[in-house]
Design a protein around this ligand. Structure first.
Ligand code: SF4
Length: 447
């Protein structure tokens, strides 16, 4: 077997793509290894969401180049590949800056890796693929070789929203939805290999509009209904959603489809209408508040999470206060928050009135304190309750397993390995900084 080392940096879609690349290369004799030394192929699958990601790739390449030289001295050949959004955005520039790179492959083209490897071997030069063939890659991917209890499944890619801070529309292309039949097939394969939870992925997952074989278009709600019918699948989640695409049938599904978990990542980014407009988010803060009300009217216990960017160009103190107010009004179960950082090529990167770094840092600190207090309050609200937990893997402590509540909170429970992949009732007893702790309630096993 040849050794394959894939280093992934970025979102869940990158993790999904890395697993798919490994599956794709398995028939060529590549088996995954967890260290780069001596590997026959190294792939850096990096997200381009921050400016620093590109520099990270170049510094990693500088380090890996010496491993490649070492392998050549021993008479072997190490193929060095850059994949993901960084590959898409940088293209030829990568090879110009680091000639040791053999392959540059964008996120829509990695199904061509086997052919690129052959090309690179023949020519002893580099191969580059950064086309946007519409979802063609999914038709070429092999059956998933393995899965965890919780499995990612890409249903949609790309974005047409063009938020002014984001590179996704440029690196992943326009919104494309996979046909529902292909998704159902992959879901059955995953269930057959032990997946009990599906996490449907898409940059704008709730814009899903899949072309069915009967010439009809399926919404995400309809897709979730069909997935819920697959034997073995106990839970369905999806991420990431845009507030504008939260359709009525999807909101209703949260009240009607028992396998659709009461958890929704619904990024708002800012609570200021002026900033939302400058970001081109295409909704106001009150649109978002009303949307949350509608969702909670169908599923009152839903755990909401969001992304926030602080220090967007032009953000005033009043704008930032509006963000804090929105957070207080909504009450989040958890959230991700970042200082604005320029992504090259995006409109916001050249906007005037960039906010000084110290001010961004102070605002981020204030926002994160508020979000953390809300997270602890939400976690504490589970103490004393009995909730369904799906066990995923052994925890770090002996004889404990890590599972998740319907609200995606990690829970540590004393239980044997036979419980992995099972749902059980767990009584939540306490919280530590990052997780809940509980005990199996009675016999407990649900499925
Ligand atoms: S909707 Fe999301 S993926 Fe699309 S441009 Fe905005 S932030 Fe980027």
């Amino acid at each position: 077997m040849k050794k394959l080392f894939v280093k992934t940096y970025g979102c869940q879609m990158n993790a999904y793509d890395s697993a798919k690349m490994a599956d794709l290369l398995a028939p060529l004799g590549y088996a995954a290894t967890d260290a780069p030394d001596g590997a026959d192929m190294l792939i850096l699958n990096f997200c381009h969401i921050r400016e620093t990601a590109t520099e990270k790739v170049y510094s990693e390449l500088g380090r890996l180049k010496s491993l490649k030289a070492e392998k050549a001295r021993d008479g072997g050949r190490m193929l060095l590949a850059v994949a993901g959004c960084v590959a898409q955005a940088e293209g030829e520039e990568i090879v110009a800056r680091q000639p040791a790179v053999d392959l540059v492959v964008g996120p829509q083209s990695y199904h061509r890796l086997p052919e690129m490897i052959a090309r690179a071997a023949r020519q002893q030069g580099h191969a580059l693929e950064t086309d946007f063939p519409a979802l063609e890659k999914f038709d070429s991917l092999p059956e998933p070789s393995a899965t965890g209890v919780s499995a990612f499944l890409t249903v949609q890619e790309g974005c047409d929203k063009f938020c002014t801070f984001c590179v996704v529309p440029y690196t992943r292309g326009s919104e494309q939805s996979r046909p529902p039949q292909a998704i159902l097939r992959e879901a059955r394969q995953l269930a057959g290999k032990g997946a009990r939870e599906l996490v449907l992925l898409g940059q704008n997952v709730n814009a899903y509009n899949g072309p069915s074989s009967d010439n009809k278009r399926w919404s995400l709600a309809r897709l979730c209904d069909a997935l819920a019918g697959i034997e073995g699948i106990a839970r369905i989640r999806y991420t990431t959603s845009h507030p504008r695409d939260m359709a009525d049938d999807l909101i209703a599904a949260h009240g009607e489809n028992p396998k659709l978990m009461p958890y929704l990542h619904l990024p708002v980014q800012s609570g200021s209408d002026a900033v939302l407009e400058a970001m081109n988010r295409q909704h106001t803060s009150d649109d978002y508040r009303r949307l949350v009300e509608r969702i909670r009217s169908r599923r009152p216990d839903i755990a909401l999470t969001s992304d926030f960017i602080v220090g967007f160009p032009g953000e005033s103190d009043a704008d930032f206060q509006a963000t804090l107010q929105l957070v207080r009004d909504i009450g989040y179960a958890t959230a991700f928050s970042f200082k604005y950082s320029k992504r090259p090529g995006t409109p916001a990167s050249t906007m005037r009135k960039q906010v000084p770094e110290e001010l961004k840092a102070a605002r981020l600190d204030e926002l994160q304190k508020l979000l953390l207090a809300q997270q602890y309050a939400f976690d504490d609200s589970q103490i004393g309750k009995t909730v369904a937990v799906l066990f995923e893997k052994p925890a770090r402590r002996d004889a404990q397993l890590m599972g998740r509540t319907p609200y995606l909170q990690p829970v540590h429970v004393q239980a044997g390995p036979e419980m992995i992949g099972r749902l059980a009732q767990v009584r939540i007893e306490r919280r530590t900084a990052n997780s809940l702790h509980g005990t199996l309630a009675g016999k407990g096993v649900l499925a």
